[in-house]
Design a binder for this molecule. Structure first.
Ligand code: UD1
Length: 367
């Protein structure tokens, strides 16, 4: 079979790595289309080189813009590619504007669509990602769910007949890179100036529009990070840097030290070296969980509820509304005794994905 993977943003490149490796071991044809939603080398190129992903076969070069502009640009650019390639499957990943655009382009051409990481829900309708994932699930033919919880959400929405439990491909890559980092196969990560890796530090990221786009909120969150009792290494996403500059908010202040986004192995190494993680990223919450570091998530809810149940992840939507002591105590808490279990699978999800796609007949519109 011929499968086209459409990716565009950093978390999709991480998921693509184990999928591309699994297809490389099969006799299927796997074509990679990069939409160009993320174009900075830090968010894109280093993931291809660092994770051994083959170069994209097609690059759409859409770049940044409003949601409508970005989504529309992917749709416009992808139509002729899918028309030419006529794949057996279009595989879309996660919840970005590239995901929904690729799914829409494909279904309207009657090309079967498989959605990797289907069934995740935050139930927060302010998040652009929530609309992207819900709409993609409802138009896709095959829903590849990472967890039992995701399977339940799909069943609740009447989509059980199109859903299969595949496990989480991020476990595949995270554990593989963890082992390589621990074996000394990767150079030490480039941490921000002011962070001494030999001393305890926290690792942080912040990029969700709900946290970055309102200047008052962003200033309050930055202050909360700056007053933590340990040095904080902030790997700053371009959205954060752009919004902070726009609103005149200084990111390097107090205990907060700012650096560039890290390549994947650098991120895994930084989390392993850290005393804990503070983030609003979906992927990083789970990576902290898999790497057994406590995580504090600056959001009112999470799609990865399994990380919260055992206490490895704690949600703090408004750190600036807590006392400094309570905030510090939460972030620097000791790791729970509870066994985290393996809610995200055993690290063989990508192979499951290939097998499920090979076997699938139910949702195909090819007939
Ligand atoms: C996107 C995804 C989000 C994912 C995140 C991971 C959507 C709606 N959001 O959010 O689900 O968690 O990627 O990073 O698709 N920018 C650059 N260089 C780049 C990319 C972006 O400077 O390479 C800047 C642009 O100014 C842009 C801003 O960052 O306005 C936001 O980029 P965008 O792709 O809209 O969303 P992300 O916040 O990255």
């Amino acid at each position: 079979m011929k499968v086209i993977s459409v990716v565009g943003a950093r978390p999709q490149l991480v998921k693509l790595a184990p999928i591309a490796a699994a297809f490389a071991k099969s006799d299927h044809e796997h074509v990679i289309v990069h939409t160009g939603q993320h174009y900075d080398a830090d968010l894109s190129d280093v993931f291809f080189s660092g994770l051994g992903i083959p170069d994209p076969d097609v690059h759409l070069g859409v770049g940044s813009g409003s949601h409508g502009l970005q989504t529309g640009a992917v749709l416009t650019a992808l139509d002729p590619v899918l028309e030419r390639e006529r794949p057996d499957w279009v595989l879309v990943y996660g919840d970005t504007n590239s995901t929904i655009a690729a799914a829409l382009s494909a279904v309207k051409m009657h090309l079967p669509v498989a959605h990797l990481e289907a069934g995740l829900r935050s139930f927060n309708r302010r998040m652009p990602e929530e609309h992207n994932r819900v709409l993609t699930d409802h138009c896709a033919d095959l829903l590849l769910a990472p967890t039992e919880e995701a399977m339940r959400h799909l069943a609740n929405e009447g989509l059980a007949h199109r859903a299969r439990l595949a496990g989480d491909v991020m476990v595949d890559i995270c554990l593989r890179i963890r082992d390589a980092v621990l074996a000394g196969e990767h150079p030490a990560p480039v941490l921000p100036e002011g962070i001494d890796p030999a001393e305890p530090f926290l690792f942080a990221t912040l990029h969700r529009p709900d946290n970055t786009d309102d200047p008052e909120r962003l200033a309050a969150l930055v202050e909360s990070l700056a007053k933590l009792p340990l040095p904080v290494a902030l790997a700053a996403h371009p959205r954060l840097v752009a919004r902070a500059a726009e609103h005149g908010i200084k990111l390097t202040q107090g205990n907060l030290h700012v650096g560039r986004p890290l390549p994947y192995a650098g991120l895994v190494a930084a989390v392993l070296a850290s005393a804990g993680v503070v983030t609003d990223s979906g992927g990083l919450q789970k990576e902290a969980f898999l790497l057994e570091r406590v995580c504090t998530t600056v959001r009112p809810e999470t799609e990865w509820v399994e990380t919260v149940g055992t206490g490895w992840n704690v949600l703090v939507p408004d750190p600036h509304l807590l006392s400094s002591e309570e905030w510090a105590a939460t972030v620097t808490r000791t790791a729970p005794d509870a066994d985290p279990g393996i809610p995200y699978g055993d690290g063989h999800a990508a192979e499951n994905v290939v097998r499920i796609m090979e076997d699938w007949e139910g949702g195909s519109r090819r007939a």
